[in-house]
Design a protein around this ligand. Structure first.
Ligand code: AMP
Ligand code: ZN
Length: 492
């Protein structure tokens, strides 16, 4: 098996990847907070995780990938105070929290398919794992790492000497940080494990006045009272449930190093004595006009915005491949358009080659394949690997071998070139080879629902984009006169 090296944010060194169990890899990727549509900056994080997973699979590992869906507890500002992003979105639109999270989770799945991101093996939702989160807080309480203040139960970072081990920041640096909110907390870096539902001022009763809990739309009972979990605890709980502790690889964007992942590490470390994950991989930001693309800065684009500029999701994926995941990348429509032009040329080349069959296809020992893999094995250097990819057309290989080599390379790059060579390719993993039964994958159903919703809301750009993605995946959508629709499997 080819050896892979990655830069581990934990220790900031390039390390040889060494799985916990031979031949198997567990990956936890911090997923979307589903209060709005994920923007293309978020998708840089999810595509980086997808590339890592595809590379591991290409060299022969069996991968188990978990991506959480954050549907409660992520507060505005990412700290321990402020409104819950999901509840704010629900209030603003007059919908329930569940309506909001289901809607944006479906859109997230649809966008992921369009970007040819392989589905994770598990997509656990925070609201379905309250019990597991409470269990960790109980363990932390037993080990004396918690304290209670007016708005919740907090983690005492001063009791965990290793706190700061991921970001390299020590407590005194956190203290001197300008934007740290402290309130009643003992230390600025302390964070909420469990937040209490807000309490009204006073309520008049026949015997006097008393404080009553305000009904929050998403709240649960706990040993500490009615409330909801802090954001960080969901990842400690759900990664442990689906992967065990420690697991191999934890991914996320660079903004998660100093707070979210530091806190995940501290919680699990203090509760179990174990380091949550061995290898921590963080992608750098997608920028816009030189600054971070982020919903709170109101400077984001989604795949619909790209579609309006005739830029396909796969052209955006191609654009990302041009930069190393640890370099910042400034997004411009000009560079995205250039990516679209190059991708179209690649696709045309594939369809031309497809019709020129014949000749030996042995490429596995060819220097271009070996070079391509060695670039990716060197901390996922997609930019260098892409340069090798572009040398293939001019190489000494036969046409068949060139095509096979590109398809092999693309099994990691993920531009879905295989779809151009066969109508059946995308269906391969949906057919149970023993029973011959076809199961419509959850993501396809979610995409069809998202399309119907977009159509009903008059958002025809999004609806058409989803239809195109479904067609590419082999499904035709048939709209009935009564407004219902059917999915027809086109090719098998
Ligand atoms: P969120 O939905 O806010 O939890 O973010 C989902 C993922 O997107 C996280 O891994 C973030 O670190 C990542 N992320 C957010 N903004 C950007 C950006 N501009 N560029 C790259 N990754 C980002
Ligand atoms: Zn997380």
């Amino acid at each position: 098996m080819i050896s892979l090296n990655f830069l581990n944010s934990f220790g900031r060194k390039l390390e040889l990847f060494n799985p916990i169990k031979a031949g198997k890899v567990g990956i936890y990727s911090c997923g979307p907070t589903v209060y709005g549509r994920a923007h293309i900056g978020n998708f840089r994080a999810f595509i980086t995780a997808d590339l890592i997973r595809r590379l591991l699979e290409a060299v022969g590992y069996e991968v188990n990938q978990v991506m959480n869906i954050t549907d409660v507890g992520h507060l505005v500002g990412d700290g321990s105070v402020g409104e819950d992003k999901v509840l704010l979105a629900a209030q603003a639109s007059g919908k329930t929290a569940l309506d909001i999270t289901e809607h944006f989770t479906n859109i997230f799945f649809a966008d992921s398919i369009a970007l040819n991101i392989l589905p994770a093996h598990h997509y656990p939702r925070a609201t379905n794992h309250i019990k597991e989160q409470i269990e960790i807080i109980i363990a932390l309480e037993k080990n004396n790492y918690t304290y209670k203040i007016t708005d919740g139960i907090y983690f005492d970072t001063s009791k965990y000497p290793a706190y700061g081990e991921l970001s390299g920041q020590d407590q005194s640096e956190k203290l001197s940080g300008a934007r740290v909110e402290t309130g009643d907390k003992k230390n600025p870096a302390d964070f909420a494990l469990w937040k209490f539902s807000p309490v009204s001022d006073q309520e008049a009763t026949p015997t006097g006045t008393q404080a009553i809990a305000l009904k929050r739309e998403m709240e649960w009972d706990s040993p500490w009272g009615i409330g909801f979990p802090g954001w960080h605890i969901e990842c400690s709980a759900m990664s442990a449930k689906y992967l065990g502790v420690p697991f191999d690889i934890h991914t996320g964007g660079a903004d998660h190093v100093a707070v979210h992942h530091e806190n995940e590490l501290a919680q699990t470390g203090a509760a179990t004595g174990l380091r949550l994950a061995n290898l921590w991989i963080h992608n750098e930001f997608l920028l816009i006009d030189g600054g971070k693309m982020s919903k709170s800065l109101n400077n984001t684009y989604t795949l619909s915005d790209l579609a309006q500029h005739n830029i396909s999701p796969l052209a955006f994926r191609y654009l990302l491949l041009n930069a190393h995941y640890r370099s910042q990348l400034n997004f411009t429509f000009e560079s995205a358009q250039a990516s679209q032009t190059t991708l179209t040329k690649i696709q045309t080349q594939v369809t031309t080659w497809k019709n020129e069959v014949g000749g030996p296809v042995n490429y596995q020992t060819h220097p271009l394949w070996l070079k391509f893999m060695s670039e990716l094995a060197n901390d996922l250097n997609t930019a260098a690997a892409l340069a090798v990819f572009h040398q293939v057309p001019k190489s000494d290989l036969t046409t068949s071998a060139k095509l096979e080599l590109w398809l092999a390379m693309d099994s990691i790059l993920g531009l879905n070139l295989a779809a151009l060579t066969s109508n059946n390719t995308n269906l391969a993993n949906q057919v149970n080879s023993e029973s011959g039964q076809i199961t419509i994958p959850a993501q396809i159903t979610a995409l069809a629902t998202a399309r119907a919703n977009a159509r009903a809301a008059g958002d025809y750009v999004t609806a058409d984009q989803h239809r195109a993605t479904l067609t590419q995946a082999g499904y035709e959508v048939i709209d009935n006169p009564d407004g219902s629709y059917a999915l027809k499997l086109n090719a098998i």
